[in-house]
Design a protein around this ligand. Sequence first.
Ligand SMILES: NC(=O)C1=CN([C@@H]2O[C@H](COP(=O)(O)OP(=O)(O)OC[C@H]3O[C@@H](n4cnc5c(N)ncnc54)[C@H](OP(=O)(O)O)[C@@H]3O)[C@@H](O)[C@H]2O)C=CC1
Ligand SMILES: N[C@@H](CC=O)C(=O)O
Length: 343
Amino acid sequence: MSTLSIIFVGFGNVGKALAQLLDRKKQLLEEQYDFTYRIVGISTGRHGMALNLMGLPVDEVIETLKNGGSITRFHNGPEIRDTYDFIRLSGADVMFENSPVNYQTGQPAVDHLRTGLEFGMHVITANKGPVVHAYKELTDLAARQGKRFMFESAVMDGAPIFSLFRAPLPAIELRGFTGILNSCTNLLLGLMEEEKTFDEAVNYAQSIGITETDPSGDIDGWDAAVKVAALSTVVMGIPLKPDQVEREGIRNITPQMIQEARAAGERWKLVCSARRCGDSIEASVKPQRVRPTSPMFSINGTSSFVQFETDVLPGLGILEGDPSPDTTAYGLLADLINAVRGS
Ligand SMILES: NC(=O)C1=CN([C@@H]2O[C@H](COP(=O)(O)OP(=O)(O)OC[C@H]3O[C@@H](n4cnc5c(N)ncnc54)[C@H](OP(=O)(O)O)[C@@H]3O)[C@@H](O)[C@H]2O)C=CC1
Ligand SMILES: N[C@@H](CC=O)C(=O)O
């Protein structure tokens, strides 16, 4: 049985959930997939970084972070200058990159992933930035290195969106899609229907780890726009950047607007859509009132939904019920298994 050494770049809600899921699935990985793992490195933005090639005490690292402490005390080895040094010194087989998203450039995650690939690692991320800003570059580099660049969790967390179009739907023509791709705003709109204030709703969303590091990315529609751009780039084959998506967030939706919609039997939803027009794409993210006849009407809480328009399957939809950092962690774990077994 092989032992993979694993590093984490970014160890917030998602990184920690993944470390705990890996621990829970350790025996299954050994029995069914014939590999085990050792977490040899964890790096953060403001809470230090630590390498120990014999394996880090992950529970203690999590406890330290919970108390706001630095994890540098767990470091055992030569001094680490920066994250690139951390990646290089780790000699790891697999890197998980889960740092905050940068909608405009994808950095520094793109550089982290490139460095991991250059040093011979499979690189796996839930970060949407690199998918829209460096999909081709990182996919080509991974192929040259005989490694994988994987990002299933970047859109709809653990639901297999990218994998679906990788193999199970050969020869299909994807013409467009519509749906709810941002969990946070769907939760906020639902809580406002229950007469919570906007601030109360945001605080709750942050407490369950579903917002972006900076929640304005959710509220102003950037997270939804980067997901639309990622789907366009990867599954529709039309590279698109978030600022090319017509975008309006939910900041201007008032409690009165919510109640007016309710009185009319409708609900506000932050609707994402994209439609192929020749070689280009028309894409938007905007709040819309939806009727009970829409499949989006009954998408509650953090749940998300997408309906694909294809030439052969009329209306193929995927609903993900109540995702959280734990479901994102599952998408990352699935990527790990698929990278290791070459599927
Ligand atoms: N939360 C979710 O449900 C989902 C999140 N994602 C994506 O996963 C990624 C992580 O999200 P989440 O865990 O919620 O975010 P958090 O804000 O909880 O964690 C971010 C982590 O990245 C670290 N970090 C910050 N800057 C850097 C840097 N320059 N280099 C290395 N590490 C850095 C932070 O360290 P420190 O705290 O010390 O600053 C922290 O450990 C994001 O890209 C997000 O879009 C995708 C799907 C779902
Ligand atoms: N902030 C994001 C988290 C998952 O991508 C969302 O709310 O959808």
